[in-house]
Design a protein around this ligand. Structure first.
Ligand code: SF4
Ligand code: SF4
Length: 169
């Protein structure tokens, strides 16, 4: 429902708008000058030259975990594929030949152009094989095919809160 303003209820100064325009410009001017002369108090940074450290627990791009012997933890159980609401995980399984580990992921792809970083895959995983704490958050590209992350990239996608790794596709 549209809200109509009855101009007859407005004062003379409200009807000519000029005081409100001056008031708005004074707020803008105050913040402009404050940011200009008190650079250290600014809460924004000059990205991408300067980057803020991510807070602990920040949910960023996914990464895959390895065991102590360096092998991939993922047993290709497909729980993450089932639970993913964006249908952006694709896994191919292979036999390992170890009775304790039935299978492992031969290939593991996540389409980051569809992933919404909900974290359901990490919650569903019974092996702690996938996490969303890689520290990577800069995934703006022109070529969307670069956003399909493969197993090798996902296994190396960790940088302690910074974002310096390049995609290993
Ligand atoms: S974070 Fe969510 S959308 Fe992204 S791969 Fe995991 S389950 Fe799918
Ligand atoms: S990442 Fe976890 S949930 Fe997904 S297939 Fe591998 S073991 Fe299963």
């Amino acid at each position: 429902m549209a809200y109509m303003i009855d101009k007859r209820d407005m004062s003379f100064w409200q009807r000519i708008y000029i005081p409100e325009i001056v008031r708005g410009l004074s707020v803008t001017g105050y913040h402009f000058l404050r940011n200009l002369f008190k650079m250290r108090d600014r809460i924004t940074v000059e990205y991408p030259e300067n980057k803020k450290l991510l807070p602990p627990g920040c949910r960023t791009e996914p990464r895959l975990m390895t065991r102590e012997d360096g092998s991939i933890r993922c047993t290709a159980c497909m729980l993450c594929v089932t639970v993913c609401p964006s249908d952006c995980i694709a896994i191919k399984a292979e036999e390992v030949g170890d009775p304790n580990i039935e299978k492992r992921a031969k290939s593991f792809q996540i389409d980051m152009s569809r992933c919404m970083l909900c974290g359901l895959c990490a919650e569903a995983c019974p092996c702690d094989a996938i996490r969303l704490d890689s520290g990577q958050y800069e995934n703006a590209v022109f070529d969307r095919s670069l956003l399909v992350y493969n197993k090798e990239y996902l296994l190396s996608n960790f940088s302690e809160g910074s974002s310096t790794l390049s995609r290993a596709l």
